[in-house]
Each structure stands twice: as structure tokens, then as C-alpha cells.
Design a protein around this ligand. Structure first.
Ligand SMILES: Cc1ncc(COP(=O)(O)O)c(C=O)c1O
Ligand SMILES: N[C@@H](CCCC[NH3+])C(=O)O
Length: 440
């Protein structure tokens, strides 16, 4: 397994993260356990901050909270000078509870409710990334009623779809998000917005996909979005002072992934923005990027305890761990691939290829189909790397498994940032109607 962030193998042949022995962490906090490497998170934040020229006023980096959000995470993000992208009342509530600077909160979502818009207006958040006509009108009404002005970015579906190894440009876009560009919806949104009270137009947003390794789709997105900005200026006089290009920057999960340095994305985006703005005679907009995975993905790992092992000669050896699809749905949902290491045998060479499965009642509850490991035995501590993004946030209580605890490690210290859910937590929301009271 490729060692991420501060991972090392110590003199006892054990894996350490943030200077903490993972076998000890498993003993102290139990397994499954999410382990977050604070230095790695901060280094990733700083890399984006530097590469995109935040200090120089060229860009803003907004962390996409959907990848992993807790109050501790909000504090780290804020202390590194990043903003926050939230997509629900729950994420917003978490950010507000953490004391996240409200002016740096961007509110996304294709179906923001009345209550969520009120909550965001009440808090005085920085930007509403408006997704559709109904939201635009409701927001205008609500902000006017409150004597407020909502600062708005319009989310546009630009017709660029990026995937891991290719991108396609489509005329007709099939997406639930945003105002479609090619059919004129985006322009129509700008026209309507212009006449709406309680709304201030700040700019345009697009998000072309996730786990993207190519630079070209970003460059194309800049060109397409700035052409739209020029057309909007021409038709309405509205100036796009902020160009939000979303997230999607790809990371390493396995040796099949070849991520680019953040600087390469930054260089491509900033250069194209400068050139296109000049060519179109537009003021250069502030660039906004919204990395989620690239900030937190490589900084998170999950430690499990190995339980039963089933060998089917000539077929496969199943190694079951004490978690699975409930704490990491990505392999089952997307066929996502990961690497693993045995924390207590970290210096031993791989001698077998095994399948890592969970304990859920599903054949599809697989974490890794082919993991190269030293001989695996019950009781070993198996660590899967790069689970920081969309692991905990997409976790569930399937089979009434409690969600794992999470610790933040740094310089030999481990701090609990999420408590393990116990059986009482699972019962917390259960209600037994009186007619079902046990009478026997
Ligand atoms: C609007 C928007 N911004 C940012 C992100 C974060 O993406 P990623 O975690 O791939 O950087 C997403 C998720 O894909 C998104 O939909
Ligand atoms: N949840 C996805 C990415 C979607 C990001 C949200 N737009 C993943 O785990 O890769």
C-alpha cells in the first residue's frame, strides 16, 4: 500500500499515522475506526491556498463539506483560510455550530427547502448558489420580506461532462443540477434575476464531475462559462465578478490513479481565466474552486479488525472485517477500489491476494476484491487508506451497525472527533406506539 500523508512503519513493524501506532489506536478506540491525519488535511488545504493564489486575491478555495464534515473539521478548514460549501440545512447547522465564518459559507443544492433558505438568510451566509427558477423566486421573496439582499451565484450545467479518463461535450444535458446552458435556460435565469428584488448577482458556477484527472475539461469549462458571462453582460449588463468552477480534483486510491499536482489545475484554470477574460473584454473574475475529495480523501483511513476467514480453494479467500458497506459504501456503489495494509504486520511482504469483505448481510458488501497482503489472521488490524472522502458522510446503520468513531491524529496525539454510535444511539429515534405495548 502506498503510504499517505504522515504514515510510517515504525521499528516494531507497525503502521503509524500522525505519530500514533494504529494498533494502539485500535485498542484504545475500538474498530472500525476512522483515522484522520491532521497534518495531511492542513497540507492539502495549504497546497490549494498557495497554488490558486488566494493570498494574491486571484481565487477563493471553498471546501466541499459533503466529503466529510464535523465541527472539528469546520475548525480546521476555517483556520486554514478556506471557505465552506454546504448542501443542506444539516451541513449548514454543523458549520454554524462550529462558529464557521458565515461570510465564507456557500449554500448549494438543487432542492433547498423554504426552511433551509430561511435558516441561511437568518445566518447571513456569504453566497447562495441558486440552482433553478423556483429557488430564485423564493429566495427573492424571502430576502425581500426580511429586508435583506441575498448574494447569488447561478449554477449552470455547461455541457461539459468529465469522467476519469475522458470527457464528452454534449449539446443536450441530462442533469438534475443547475440552469442548462445550451438551451438558453442559463441566460433566461440571468434575465429574470436582473429584475428580482432582494438579489445581488455575483457570478456563475459549474461543476463538471468528480475524481477528474484531466486538465482539459477545466480549461473548456472556463472558456464556456466566460462566453456565457460575456453574453449575460451584453444582454443584461450583469457582471460576473466570481467564477466558481466546482471541485472534482482527482486523488490516488490505487496504483491505477495518477493524480496531477494541484499546481497543474491551478495553472491551467488561472491562465485560461486571464486569457479568456482579456479576449472577451471582461473584468477578470475571482476564481472559486470547491475541492472536497482532494482535501480530505488521502487524509483519512479506516482501521478494522479481521474476523473470520473463508477460503474457497481455487476460487478466492474471503477475509471478513468488523465493518463494511455501512462505513464505506463506495466499493458497492461505484465499484471504487482501495488499497490495504495490516497495521500489525506493516513491514512484512505481501504473500497472498485476498478479498476483503464486510459483515453486512449482502454479497455485494465488499471493500476490496483483490488485496495483496502478508498472511492474514483473525485479530489482525487491517487499514484501508484514502477513505477520508465520502466514507463517513455516506455511511449508514445498515444491519443496525453503529457508525464508527473518528479520531484526529497529530504528532503522537489522538483526539476523538466523532463518538462511536452504540446500541442506545440506534434506539434513540425508535418510538413504540401504545397499541404495540407488549402484553404477553
Ligand atoms: C457542486 C459541487 N462542488 C464540489 C464538489 C466536490 O467534489 P470533489 O469532492 O470531487 O472535489 C461536488 C461533488 O462532486 C459538487 O457537486
Ligand atoms: N460521493 C461521490 C462523489 C459525488 C460528489 C458529490 N457531487 C464519491 O464518493 O465519489
Amino acid at each position: 500500500m502506498h503510504l499517505q500523508g504522515t504514515m510510517q512503519v515504525n521499528a516494531q513493524g507497525r503502521l503509524t499515522i500522525g505519530g500514533c501506532d494504529v494498533v494502539e489506536l485500535a485498542r484504545e478506540f475500538g474498530t472500525p475506526l476512522y483515522i484522520f491525519d491532521e497534518d495531511c488535511i492542513r497540507n492539502n488545504c495549504r497546497e490549494f491556498y498557495r497554488a490558486f493564489g488566494v493570498k494574491e486575491g486571484l481565487a477563493k478555495v471553498i471546501y466541499a463539506g459533503k466529503a466529510f464534515l464535523t465541527t472539528a473539521m469546520c475548525r480546521i478548514i476555517a483556520s486554514e483560510g478556506l471557505g465552506l460549501d454546504v448542501v443542506s440545512g444539516g451541513e449548514l447547522y454543523t458549520a454554524l455550530a462550529a462558529g464557521f465564518p458565515v461570510e465564507n459559507i456557500y449554500f448549494h443544492g438543487n432542492n433547498k427547502s423554504y426552511a433551509e433558505l430561511c435558516q441561511a438568510l437568518e445566518a447571513g451566509i456569504g453566497r447562495f448558489v441558486v440552482d433553478n427558477f423556483a429557488e430564485l423566486e423564493l429566495l427573492s421573496r424571502l430576502s425581500t420580506e426580511r429586508g435583506q439582499v441575498a448574494r447569488v451565484i447561478l449554477r449552470v450545467t455547461p455541457g461539459i461532462e468529465a469522467h476519469t479518463h475522458h470527457y464528452i461535450r454534449t449539446g443536450q444535458i441530462d442533469s438534475k443540477f443547475g440552469f442548462t446552458l445550451p438551451n438558453g435556460q442559463a441566460m433566461e435565469a440571468a434575465r429574470r434575476l436582473k429584475d428580482l428584488p432582494g438579489i445581488e448577482f455575483k457570478g456563475l458556477h459549474c461543476h463538471i464531475g468528480s475524481q477528474i484527472f484531466e486538465l482539459e475539461p477545466y480549461s473548456q469549462a472556463v472558456a464556456v462559462m466566460l462566453e456565457l458571462a460575456a453574453a449575460i453582460k451584453e444582454a443584461t449588463g450583469l457582471i460576473t465578478s466570481e467564477l466558481d468552477l466546482g471541485g472534482g480534483f482527482g486523488i490516488y486510491y490505487t496504483a491505477e490513479d495518477h493524480p496531477r499536482p494541484v499546481g497543474a489545475y491551478a495553472e491551467t484554470i488561472l491562465t485560461r481565466v486571464r486569457e479568456e477574460a482579456r479576449a472577451l473584454n471582461l473584468p477578470q473574475p475571482l476564481v472559486i474552486v470547491e475541492p472536497g475529495r482532494a482535501i480530505i480523501g488521502p487524509a483519512g483511513s479506516t482501521a478494522y479488525t479481521v474476523g473470520t476467514i473463508k477460503e474457497i480453494p481455487g476460487v478466492r479467500k474471503y477475509v471478513a472485517v468488523d465493518g463494511g458497506m455501512a462505513d464505506n459504501i463506495r466499493p458497492a456503489l461505484y465499484g471504487a477500489k482501495y488499497e490495504a495494509i495490516l497495521a500489525n504486520k506493516a513491514n512484512l511482504p505481501a504473500t497472498e491476494t485476498v478479498a476483503i469483505t464486510g459483515k453486512c448481510c449482502e454479497s455485494g458488501d465488499m471493500l476490496i476484491w483483490e488485496a495483496d497482503l502478508p498472511r492474514v489472521e483473525a485479530g489482525d488490524i487491517l487499514v484501508i487508506s484514502c477513505t477520508g472522502a465520502y466514507g463517513y458522510t455516506m455511511s449508514s446503520n445498515y444491519n443496525r451497525l453503529g457508525r464508527p468513531a473518528a479520531v484526529l491524529v497529530r504528532e503522537g496525539n489522538a483526539d476523538l472527533i466523532l463518538k462511536r454510535e452504540d446500541y442506545n444511539d440506534l434506539l434513540r429515534n425508535d418510538v413504540v406506539p401504545a397499541r404495540l405495548v407488549w402484553t404477553r
